[in-house]
Design a protein around this ligand. Structure first.
Ligand code: HEC
Ligand code: HEC
Ligand code: HEC
Ligand code: HEC
Ligand code: HEC
Length: 188
């Protein structure tokens, strides 16, 4: 489903914090936090992305629900990265409050106008011989469970991998939760 964000954009533009019941259902922190100013991006953990897109700004400070952007997380084995259209829905209006924000947001607008989606670098990637149905996990662990596996993404200026994603990590949670650990559950 493609989403334009008239409602959110208007709310954010006038500084209204999004209604917490909506946020609470979507893996959102209860408290909004102000994202820090970052002068040295070279020291951040995680791969450098083609646009310096900050989760601590969007999901932390502005409290946009994770599922507003990762909308297929509960229904697909690949949660996916949002299309530029989702970004542009807000960024045709929001051009940024500091020169560095403006420079990065300009890249979003250029990506939209030039029809050249950013080539986001994948942070988490399991080997091809492993089956990981993402949506089954969200169904059982709940839409608030993102931090269990991904850490506090809403505090990360740049996303990095927190869990090992090794077999032992998968299996130990399965043991704790009484889920099967047959080899064929995870291996084709
Ligand atoms: C405004 C849109 C937006 C929101 C809101 C958002 N994300 Fe993201 N997310 C992205 C984009 C774009 C990327 C790819 C670029 C990057 O890695 O920063 C991404 C990447 C990620 C990744 C890394 C994916 C990979 O390559 O392995 C994870 C994990 C993630 N987001 C989790 C979350 C969680 C958890 C929340 C809520 C706390 C959230 N996101 C909120 C847009 C968003
Ligand atoms: C049980 C652990 C677990 C939970 C809970 C979980 N994830 Fe993930 N997530 C993973 C793993 C493992 C991968 C890598 C999957 C792969 O490589 O096939 C991943 C990949 C992703 C990706 C990158 C996928 C892509 O298509 O590029 C995003 C985005 C993401 N998760 C977002 C979320 C969000 C948002 C939540 C909460 C609603 C969440 N995850 C909850 C384990 C989890
Ligand atoms: C719901 C509205 C909304 C959506 C959707 C949205 N943004 Fe933003 N974005 C904002 C707001 C608000 C700011 C803060 C602007 C400021 O004060 O400088 C911001 C700031 C930014 C900045 C500068 C700060 C930073 O995060 O580094 C970049 C770059 C950016 N957005 C990229 C994106 C991209 C890429 C997407 C799509 C994946 C996206 N945005 C989706 C509202 C949104
Ligand atoms: C934080 C706990 C947790 C972690 C970590 C975890 N899982 Fe799971 N997993 C679960 C739960 C709970 C279920 C039961 C879901 C159900 O019954 O639908 C499950 C079910 C599954 C299933 C079966 C889904 C189905 O269709 O029946 C597979 C496959 C799976 N996990 C693979 C993995 C892999 C691979 C990893 C590591 C990359 C992993 N899991 C990490 C909790 C976890
Ligand atoms: C809950 C999910 C899960 C179950 C159950 C599981 N595995 Fe794995 N396995 C993984 C993941 C994830 C990886 C890739 C990460 C790694 O190498 O640890 C992996 C990797 C492997 C590898 C490659 C290791 C390497 O070093 O390249 C082998 C071999 C393997 N598994 C065998 C098994 C056997 C045999 C069983 C049954 C006794 C089993 N697995 C059960 C998730 C699982």
């Amino acid at each position: 489903m493609t989403k334009r964000c008239g409602r959110f954009a208007a709310g954010i533009a006038v500084g209204v914090v999004m209604a917490s019941p909506v946020a609470a259902q979507n893996g959102q922190p209860q408290q909004a936090q102000t994202a820090r100013v970052i002068s040295d991006t070279g020291r951040l953990k995680g791969p450098r992305q083609p646009i310096f897109f900050r989760h601590d700004v969007h999901a932390g400070q502005d409290r946009i629900p994770c599922m507003y952007c990762h909308s297929s997380v509960a229904v697909s084995s690949e949660p996916g990265i949002p299309a530029v259209q989702t970004c542009f829905g807000c960024h045709q209006l929001i051009s940024g409050s500091t020169p560095s924000h403006q420079a990065e947001i300009k890249k979003v607008q250029q990506a939209w106008i030039g029809k050249q989606p950013p080539q986001w670098i994948r942070v988490h990637a399991l080997p091809g011989f492993v089956r990981f149905p993402h949506m089954r996990h969200i169904k059982l662990l709940g839409p608030q469970s993102c931090a269990t596996c991904h850490g506090q993404v809403e505090r990360m200026p740049q996303v990095y991998q927190v869990s090992t994603l090794k077999m032992g990590w998968c299996v130990s949670c399965h043991v704790q939760r009484g889920v099967s650990r047959d080899c064929t559950l995870c291996h084709y």
